[in-house]
Design a binder for this molecule. Structure first.
Ligand code: FE2
Length: 253
């Protein structure tokens, strides 16, 4: 029987391309062994199940199971997180973002330096291994799932979050992964990542996608509300007609 296999995606650059900041040995180990193990274990876990043949994103959503995690979630999410991580770096990266991304960072963190401080703090204080993310939040209000009464373009906010292994609707991120070169030197690792490796181009293109997705969701939500209102209106008419006929009946008696 032939089953669809999820592939181990290579980083979008040669394994020695991030030197001297991240060595070929580190990538051979962290991508070639560690990341590969997540993908291979996931393939073993899903073979012949209903997850077999789904996309990686589809598997993550299905196995997240509204927070009641299924066994394949960890391997699936970690496979995705590591793809995301490799794509977040590039040779000659680092520096400062520009354009709208920088404007949003300035607006939501006060300044680029403010963002870097907050991001480094999140990454450094994540207990054990985990991930720090810069995410595009659909609503600026910090009130959980409450709906903003007056939604607008300004609602979309950049925030830093950290997670032990979870997946979020992310625009972009950064992570742990301080094997070999950075053992027990997490703050140095994070600085090197920010100063020498981060690909703001990758972040920018994710921001564009996230904005498009947020706009699409808003349109869907509006459509759903409209349909619901129309449905209610139709329901009211039916009720009124029923009441009318009741009145008619009573009048007839
Ligand atoms: Fe890792």
């Amino acid at each position: 029987m032939i089953t669809a296999k999820l592939e181990l995606k290579p980083p979008p650059y040669p394994l020695n391309a991030l030197e001297p900041h991240m060595s070929r040995d580190t990538l051979e180990y962290h991508w070639g062994k560690h990341h590969r193990t997540y993908v291979e274990n996931l393939n073993r876990q899903i073979v012949g199940t209903e997850l077999d043949g789904m996309t990686l994103e589809g598997i993550i959503i299905a196995t997240y199971n509204k927070g009641d995690l299924l066994p394949a979630f960890n391997n699936a999410a970690q496979a995705w997180n590591h793809d995301f991580f490799w794509e977040s770096m590039k040779p000659g990266g680092g520096g400062k973002p520009s354009g709208e991304l920088l404007e949003l960072i300035n607006r939501d963190f006060g300044s680029f330096e403010g963002f870097v401080t907050e991001f480094k703090a999140a990454a450094a204080t994540q207990f054990g291994s985990g991930w720090a993310w810069l995410t595009y939040k659909a609503n600026r209000l910090d009130v959980g799932n409450a709906v903003n009464p007056l939604p607008s373009e300004e609602d979309k906010k950049l925030v830093v979050v950290k997670s032990p292994n979870a997946v979020n609707p992310l625009v972009w991120d950064y992570t742990h992964a301080y094997y070999l070169d950075f053992q027990n030197r997490r703050p140095d690792y994070i600085s090197t990542f920010m100063e020498k490796l981060v690909s703001w181009e990758a972040v920018n293109s994710r921001l564009e996608k996230a904005k498009a997705r947020a706009a699409e969701r808003e349109r869907e939500e509006e459509k759903r509300k409209r349909e619901q209102e129309e449905g209610n209106a139709a329901g009211n008419e039916v009720t009124e007609m029923y009441l009318d006929s009741e009145i008619d009946d009573s009048e007839a008696e």
